[in-house]
Design a protein around this ligand. Sequence first.
Ligand SMILES: [Mg+2]
Length: 305
Amino acid sequence: MVGRMLDQIKGGLFGVAIGDALGATTEFMSAEDVRRTYGKVTDIIGGGFLNLSPGEVTDDTAMTMAVAKGIIRHPEHPMAAIGEEFLKWYETDHPDVGIIIRTVFSLYAGDWFAAASEACRKLGGKCAGNGSLMRCLPIALAYADQEKMEEMTALHSRMTHADDRAMEACLIYNRIAVRLLHGEPLVKAIRREVEHTRYEPFVNITPSCPPDGYVVHTMAWVLHWLLRCESFEDVVISAANMGGDSDTIAAIAGGLKGLEVGYSQLPKRFVETIVCAGELEELAVQLAGVRNSFGPSKTEDEQET
Ligand SMILES: [Mg+2]
């Protein structure tokens, strides 16, 4: 049982990284441009607007790892540590920092929530980006206590995104992740968590919105691919070939699908390409450690509900 849990946690983290590395090739392209340029992207080949080497990852994986590191350092009150990890990453001067995150970082003066509110005002209220959704999975992996998990998920979104839609998407996503950790199949978990939310229609209809960085659009496409595709490979390849915010959409979708199937079931040709694999493996073991040692496990109770 412990082995399966670690396999899932590893699968979730690698799922994010694989989706990110695969989708980075087609980021900001239209689906038509992707077809014309590549036919179909089915392998991690790098390139894209960041001109990556195959297996290099972008902000989606980097910020996911930052959240994981913050939790591992201070599981009880991780927000300050998560913020420090964000800044460490930001100071390495990445070219792929999103507009909302970049604005928040430029305004940060000791209070993340104040910086996020000020950034939102500066951006004319347009702060419902997918930048907190893309990095929130480690919270679901680390906290077995549902109340703590939800509190941390909401707070962590608010650190950079002063918008309820961003927070809502993170909560739905991590609640689905918890169900997967409890052995529920992905499609069933999604159906239960999107019930009576703005995402319920996407169980039956294909989104007509663009696959862009607005969190509601991102989530609609993530759910679409997760509900329609059988395999991990299908999920991340489908998301990558749509273009748009493809690295982030493939990363978010890949995280949940990887969590469902587990690391041992991920395609080897993807896993072996990921440059930061060693670091991801280490973080997975440490997150599993937090999960085992921190807070009461509600697994059995929750399975009955
Ligand atoms: Mg990215």
